[in-house]
Design a protein around this ligand. Structure first.
Ligand code: GGG
Length: 347
């Protein structure tokens, strides 16, 4: 029987709660499906950092390279480790080393879920550039602690990086409703964002079947709230994509429903699947985190592995649970109850 090796990195806080939940759903989904998942857990987290001085071992990337996919929970424990240290020590190096340049984040309402903004009738796929831009980690500080102190953070946009993410966005639009929103702030940022707009226009010629519109990020943010049904695929830089997908999460009911996939489209290295949310230390291990975003991310992992029928069954089970009102009201159902409802719908 075919078996896929999955690296499990629960990470910090509710990351541990939601990965355990998602894993039990995924294991159920493999029963009688003709394939198996073999999970290997890695304790890489802020606790690991406190114990060892690193978020993952020196050979962590090489260790992960041998897996078919990575399922990650959440990273961060700001009371103990600065968020910039935990993010740059684990999540970002994995995305970069494995050329997971496309971070895809779907935003739609599950049956029975009403977002706080009561938006309806939308189905948006955000495609976030995931390896460069504002997250490049290039910069520095001088004259620290004085009034002359300067902090510089350089955004890096390469032609190869911008072209490949825009092509990915165009391709996604082609398989959906044929509409692409390309997001910049090119009135204010006259080098990198004008560059992005130019490449958008150049590539548009290769995709005459896709209707492409360029938006400034502020206007697109407002549109996601006021008229989300007018959007299909949204492609944005690393930071803009991160911010817009929190808005996407809000209109779909909250971060508990926001799934994501860090995709290496060439399949030259493993892709990584994780909920959009962070570690939520305030509710860690209370048994009340919503596992749906991680279960949905797990379904995206099955889809990426080629197990499309099983991925579809997981999403149908999630929808069956939420249609019954399970997991639709924040704080009402416990993690265990939501997980059990999804597992029951699968069996
Ligand atoms: N579930 C992944 C996670 O912990 N994300 C926390 C976070 O702050 N991520 C930043 C980012 O994706 O840019």
């Amino acid at each position: 029987m075919k078996s896929y090796s999955i690296a499990l990195i629960p990470g910090d806080g509710i990351g541990r709660d939601v990965t355990a939940a998602a894993w039990s759903v995924l294991e159920t989904a493999t029963k009688h499906a003709g394939f198996a998942l073999t999970g290997t857990e890695f304790p890489w987290s802020c606790k690991f950092y406190k114990d060892t001085g690193r978020m993952m071992p020196e050979d962590g990337i090489e260790t992960l390279r041998g897996f078919d996919a990575i399922l990650l929970g959440a990273v961060g424990w700001p009371a103990e480790v600065p968020d910039s240290v935990s993010l740059h020590g684990l999540l970002l190096p994995i995305r970069k080393a494995f050329v997971q340049y496309a971070n895809i984040r779907p935003h739609r309402l599950l049956p029975g879920v009403t977002g706080p903004l009561r938006a309806e009738g939308f189905d948006i796929l955000c495609v976030r550039e995931n390896t460069e831009g504002e997250y490049s980690g290039a910069g520095g500080r001088v004259h620290q602690g004085t009034l002359d102190e300067v902090a510089v953070e350089t955004s890096i946009f390469t032609r190869a990086g911008v072209e490949r993410i825009l092509r990915f966005g165009f391709e996604q639009a082609r398989t959906r409703n044929g509409k692409l929103a390309s997001v910049t702030k090119s009135n204010a940022q006259k080098y990198s964002m004008v560059f992005w707009d130019e490449i958008t226009r150049k590539l548009a010629a290769d995709y005459p079947d896709v209707e492409v519109t360029s938006y400034h990020v502020d206007a697109l943010a407002a549109r996601m709230i006021m008229a989300p049904e007018s959007l299909d695929v949204v492609v944005a830089s690393n930071l803009f994509g991160d911010i817009l997908t929190d808005i996407g999460a809000a209109i779909q009911g909250g971060l508990g429903y926001a799934a994501s996939a860090n995709i290496n489209p060439d399949r030259s290295a493993p892709s990584m699947f994780e909920p959009v949310h962070g570690s939520a230390p305030d509710i860690a291990h209370l048994g009340i985190a919503n596992p749906i975003a991680t279960i949905w991310s797990g379904a995206m992992m099955l889809d990426h592995l080629g197990e499309k029928a099983a991925a579809g069954r997981v999403m149908k089970a999630v929808e069956a649970a939420t249609a019954r009102g399970i997991g639709t009201i924040p704080g009402k159902d416990r993690t265990e109850a939501i997980t059990a409802a999804v597992v029951a719908a699968l069996t």
